[in-house]
Write a protein that binds this ligand. Structure first.
Ligand code: OGA
Ligand code: ZN
Ligand code: ZN
Length: 394
């Protein structure tokens, strides 16, 4: 059987362009190094290379999923021969079962895991405050987003990087929200419905459904996974008051890390409970206010004063937690961090609910009415849509 007799060289939808060419390889005890034509050097371990063989025995061309299991070869597997072909592929002939692997240079370079490449590829949020977002707020019109995938991709990347983006000039119709959300993917249904109507209601089951001021918060911190994107579409905003305030939670967390490191560490390590109790549901989750990933990057904030449970940490941590929590809230109240915006009919505000805190001022229903519609789409749906749209980018 010809191992490379497949429809595509790599069973993947991602187009790997060849921007750098491998010039030479050097074999070491447990790995090989490639020097590329831009002088970058990549080291690939033998086990890693065997694990990532593209051949049709190792990867199903139907599902694009690996069928080979790395546990089925010796830990000490080595190349018996390795070379670069005239068409710039790395070929490894293994000392186990005569298996041969051939690697596409675009794929290999894209998957280089040298420290410098990993650092360069790390996504970085564009942090903002009052003055920067005033000039940088990403904006598109409803028609641009719904009619052009190129515009959509630009807007989605901005939404990913800033954690907030605005759509203007919707048709002011209830279905606009669903249309935009579905441009990304599935709406995440919750106990508040697929679409929730934010207006003052007699039988309110959330502070959002009153005319009261809502302090800065993330939605549904009571859930194991907080919804990623939050959409708020303004249908009517005639009442006086009701202005929106947004704060970049990552900016606040970073500021705390640099200026109040102890308080930052407390919010990153000591969890607090969040509760939401309704007639038919009782959601509770215990989590830290700030979350960091394995690189120490701030990846999530979680906070709603009106959904907090009573602190239940050991007595020796109670005051430290109050001190840290108060420090965070006080910073969010500083005008220099706040983006103040009055939504008008036809505006659709979208933000990363696991990053950006939102608030609204109280409003006066005797002066007019106010009606927003909202829904959620998870963060990984956004990232998935961006990647799929990027496949077709030239
Ligand atoms: C909400 C909310 C803000 C507003 O529904 O979660 O925060 O402007 N609404 O009414
Ligand atoms: Zn293989
Ligand atoms: Zn909210």
């Amino acid at each position: 059987m010809n191992m490379f007799d497949t429809q595509t060289e790599i069973a993947s939808f991602t187009p790997y362009s060849i921007e750098q060419l491998p010039l030479s390889i050097t074999l070491h005890d447990e790995s090989l190094s490639i020097v590329w034509d831009d002088d970058h050097e990549s080291e690939y371990h033998f086990l890693w290379l065997r694990d990532n063989c593209h051949c049709s025995e190792c990867v199903s061309m139907l599902t694009r999923e690996q069928v080979f299991e790395i546990c089925d070869v010796p830990y000490t597997i080595k190349p018996s021969h390795a070379y670069i072909t005239d068409d710039h592929r790395l070929v490894v002939e293994w000392n186990h079962e005569g298996h041969i692997s051939k690697y596409h240079p675009g794929w290999l370079r894209e998957h280089c895991y040298s420290k410098s490449t990993v650092e360069a590829n790390q996504w970085k949020p564009r942090l903002w405050d009052k003055s920067s977002i005033a000039t940088e707020l990403p904006k598109s019109t409803f028609d641009e987003i719904t009619q052009s995938d190129t515009q959509l991709l630009i807007w989605l990347r901005q939404l990913r990087d800033y954690g907030v983006a605005l759509i203007t000039k919707t048709n002011q119709a209830p279905n606009d929200l669903v249309e935009v959300a579905n441009k990304i993917s599935f709406i995440r249904k919750t106990n508040f419905g697929t679409i929730f109507n934010v207006k003052a209601k007699a039988d309110a089951n959330s502070s959002a459904y009153t005319d009261l001021r809502l302090p800065l918060h993330t939605d549904l911190p009571t859930r194991e996974l907080q919804p990623g994107l939050q959409f708020l579409h303004c249908l009517i905003n005639d009442a006086s008051g009701g202005e929106s305030i947004l704060v970049d939670g990552f900016k606040i967390a970073r500021y705390m890390q640099e200026n109040h490191p102890e308080e930052f560490d407390t919010l990153r390590t000591v969890p607090m409970p969040f509760h939401n109790k309704d007639r038919q549901s009782d959601y509770r989750f215990r989590s830290t206010v700030i979350m960091t990933d394995s690189h120490g990057e701030i990846v999530e904030v979680r906070l709603a004063n009106f959904l907090r449970g009573s602190f239940d940490v050991p007595a020796c941590q109670t005051l430290a937690l109050y001190r840290a929590y108060r420090c965070f809230i006080k910073l969010t109240r500083e005008p220099r961090f706040q983006f103040f915006y009055r939504l008008k009919a036809g505006d659709l505000m979208v933000f990363d609910n696991r990053r950006v805190l939102h608030a609204r001022n109280a409003f006066d229903l005797t002066s007019g009415s106010r009606h927003l519609q909202g829904c959620y789409v998870d963060r990984d749906e956004l990232l998935s849509r961006i990647r799929v749209l990027e496949r077709h980018e030239n």
